[in-house]
Design a protein around this ligand. Structure first.
Ligand SMILES: [Zn+2]
Ligand SMILES: [Zn+2]
Length: 360
């Protein structure tokens, strides 16, 4: 008899995702069947839900930020056994190119050969907003969780923490001086981890920008020295704080036209302007437009080794996860709360939970 499960599925582009019943998948030789412990709700899913068409055929379960327990393994899986607690890499590349072999699937050379080009579980393939999830090529795409790290707390590590950790690492050379400054625009689900990573890895003065007072309060708790709501004077206030010179690094977790403009207005010559937010803003690059030798870059996800680093940092208490949990039946509510800025920390859908609760 076919086992069935409940899943939160994007059935068609341009249509709200819905709870559906579907068969529990059967793992192939290199796959693991994951019993989902937690699946984070990511703002990039909100962007996906509002698209009329997408990069993959519709008809997949959402949730690309997942952790749980190995339920069943395929015959060729070597590194994991049933019962293991694991986090899932979200991006699944071709598996054959040099980058995929290094565990940097997000930057795969042949994404057209991946099962969902540029995607992974929850992005073109079935993800974690379900009782079970199939993890393909599991030896490459799972990272073990140390004892004591609850999958509900660990789920956000695979995107909300990994993505800012990767971006901070890229800019470490620009943050080596004791008087370095960095502005984090948007200190919600991802940006709050950026503040924590900056505190742990640099001596930089951190300036957090966010319209939400609760997020600013959390950023201050995480170590941000200055926290502002954005306003007409924000760029001049930040310039004043830096003696007029501008900040060494800007991490923009929003990516709107306004935040792109703010980032360009406050970055210092030789600085890094890093765009992580998937908003629709753009930044013009050219002589006379930006200060000299500013490096403008997008930043997308991170490597398997970096995910292992992030998990170690969380296990040792250096990175703290704040989650608000939702049962699977309330997955739509989780995304709505996220879209409306009501979630403290990360919204995590917990298939076995029966009522929403805030955990810190
Ligand atoms: Zn995401
Ligand atoms: Zn590849």
């Amino acid at each position: 008899m076919t086992r069935t499960m409940t899943a939160f599925r994007l059935t068609d582009w341009g249509r709200a995702p819905e709870l559906t019943t579907m068969p529990v998948p059967t793992p192939g030789p290199t796959d693991v069947l994951l019993k989902v412990g937690g699946a984070g709700a990511c703002r990039s899913d909100v962007h996906l839900m509002h698209r009329d068409t997408g990069p993959w055929p519709a008809g997949f379960v959402l949730g690309h930020e997942n952790a749980g327990w190995v339920a069943e393994i395929g015959s060729a899986v070597r590194s994991f056994a049933p019962g293991d607690a694991v986090a899932v890499m979200g991006s699944w590349g071709c598996g054959d190119c040099a980058r995929c072999r290094q565990g940097i699937d997000p930057y795969c050379d042949h994404p057209q050969n991946a099962p969902a080009p540029g995607g992974g579980g929850g992005l073109g393939l079935d993800g974690g907003m379900a009782e079970y999830m199939l993890v393909r090529d599991a030896d490459r795409h799972l990272v073990a969780l140390p004892g004591g790290l609850d999958p509900v707390q660990a789920a956000p590590l695979s995107d909300a923490a990994l993505t800012p950790y990767h971006a901070v690492r890229r800019s470490l050379p620009k943050l080596a001086d004791d008087d370095a400054t960095v502005t984090v625009i948007g200190v919600g689900g991802l940006g709050s981890f950026a503040v924590q990573a900056l505190e742990a890895m640099t001596k930089a003065t951190v300036i957090a920008i966010d319209p939400r007072e609760t997020s600013r309060t959390e950023a201050a708790t995480d170590g941000a020295e200055y926290c502002f709501a954005p306003g007409p004077d924000t760029s001049s206030d930040i310039r004043d704080l830096t003696g007029g010179r501008g900040v060494d690094v800007v991490l923009d977790f929003v990516g709107s036209a306004d935040t792109h403009a703010l980032a360009a207005a406050i970055v210092r010559p030789l600085g890094d302007l890093t765009i992580l937010g998937a908003g629709s803003g753009t930044t013009a690059v050219g002589f006379g437009i930006l200060p000299y030798e500013v490096s403008v870059q997008t930043s997308y996800w991170g490597s398997r080794d970096e995910l292992a680093d992030v998990i170690d940092l969380a296990a040792s208490g250096v990175l703290r996860t704040r989650v608000t949990t939702y049962p699977l039946a309330a997955a739509a509510q989780a995304y709505q709360d996220l879209a409306e800025g009501r979630v403290l920390g990360r919204a995590v859908v917990v298939p076995d939970a029966d009522s929403p609760s805030a955990l810190t």
